[in-house]
Design a protein around this ligand. Structure first.
Ligand SMILES: [Zn+2]
Length: 404
């Protein structure tokens, strides 16, 4: 030990010198006291959303018991650990927080003394149905990334455009539902946007052209449809017609392996979505109005009939997907999409046929036709008519043999 003493002494002196050298020579003035951290004083909102009018929740005739509210909250509307910081469910009432900050309050909604079952959908001859053909198609198909042409510019191949397939399907479905006595209104009747806005209108706020386009077709277009549906059409039910697509497979066989079907109802909010005031408000409104509960029985019958009539297989989400399976035996899932959140009426969103499955692609190439044609030894309607007929058959089945 003694041997190392001079070395240790030298080291200690060096460190002391270094500390002295590094110490500030003048005593610095203490920093001015910073104000306490400020929480956002206004609401946090989704893109192009308006501040919610929380008092609107108090005008809803709440028929749910505390137990039912809780079971729909966790079973349909909210993903795990997403709601606890803004919603408190008690025996007598539910409390929902408004935004954070000095002027953020809360709304307390009492549960009724005599809870009621949800109202079922009206009979077909008293029902007004809005059909919303998904996407835009036409000149906007490429921009909205719904134009799929795996063989490039081959003039013999028809590009697959979801917006156009959805509209063609809607035009076949409308008279079928009208024959059954329903009043039907299409949310769009051409392959043109419903919104008056165009991508250029968003360029000042989103200097990137691609961003401006996305705001146009993903947000402004859907919000314009929401306004039309809620304020003008005011339907009892909205049917959103879509076609599905899968990620491309490997190069050797790029076509999707499974041609599947699923139904989406509204729900499954994530924590970051419930942190936004407009979305928290919309969730409460749907939950109290029981829109998803009211749509579920018809969705179940349409699902059974669609699978039976088309031979499609049930789709399954991966466990990590932000979806809640609301029926243990059917491919019916709750998801929070702008296109089912902003519609105030019960909404059934259909996702049949995988457009990049070879069979579907080939049927798109056949175009629309009357009657039947033989496909792989089976006589089938055109793709868009088969879709429309399967939905219509679902309605017929539901209203002749209602589920118990
Ligand atoms: Zn779609």
């Amino acid at each position: 030990m003694r041997r190392y003493f001079p070395l240790l002494l030298a080291l200690a002196l060096f460190v002391a010198g270094l500390i002295f050298f590094l110490l500030p020579k003048d005593t610095p003035t203490p920093p001015a006291p910073t104000p306490p951290p400020t929480l956002p004083t206004g609401p946090a909102l989704s893109s192009l959303a308006e501040t919610p009018d929380w008092s609107a929740l108090e005008t809803i005739d709440n028929q749910l018991s505390s137990t039912e509210f809780m079971s729909d909250l966790v079973g349909i509307f909210a993903l795990p650990n997403s709601w606890q910081s803004s919603i408190k469910v008690e025996d007598e009432s539910v409390v929902v927080r408004h935004h954070h900050g000095p002027d953020g309050g809360f709304t307390r909604l009492p549960f009724p003394e005599q809870p009621q079952e949800p109202n079922s959908l009206p009979p077909l001859d008293q029902m007004h149905i809005a059909i919303d053909p998904g996407h835009i198609g036409g000149d906007y198909a490429v921009l909205e990334q719904r134009n799929f042409a795996p063989f490039g510019d081959d003039p013999d191949q028809m590009p697959v455009r979801e917006g156009e397939l959805a509209l063609a399907t809607a035009l076949h479905l409308k008279p079928l539902l009208e024959e059954m006595g329903a009043k039907v209104t299409l949310v769009r009747e051409t392959n043109e946007p419903v919104t008056q806005s165009r991508p250029e209108d968003f360029l000042p706020d989103f200097p990137d052209r691609l961003m401006a386009e996305k705001i146009f077709y993903r947000t402004a277009e859907i919000r314009a449809r929401g306004e039309l549906v809620n304020e003008v059409i005011q339907p009892d039910l909205v049917l959103c017609l879509h076609y599905n697509a899968e990620a491309w497979n490997d190069e050797e066989n790029p076509w999707a392996e499974r041609n599947h079907f699923h139904v989406l109802l509204h729900g499954a909010y994530m924590a970051e979505e419930l942190a936004l005031d407009d979305q928290r408000f919309e969730m409460m409104r749907h939950l109290l109005n029981r829109t998803t509960r009211r749509a579920l029985p018809l969705a179940q019958t349409i699902s059974d009939v669609f699978l039976r009539d088309t031979g499609l297989v049930p789709f399954q989400y991966t466990p990590a997907a932000p979806a809640i399976q609301v029926d243990a035996t059917r491919p019916i899932f709750a998801r929070n999409l702008l296109a089912n959140r902003i519609y105030e009426a019960p909404t059934i969103f259909l996702e049949p046929y995988v457009m990049n499955h070879r069979e579907v692609y080939d049927r798109v190439q056949l175009g629309d036709y009357e009657g039947f044609r033989e496909i792989d030894g089976v006589k089938r309607r055109s793709l868009v008519r088969e879709y429309a007929q399967a939905v219509a058959n679902g309605f017929t089945e539901f209203y002749t043999n209602p589920p118990h």
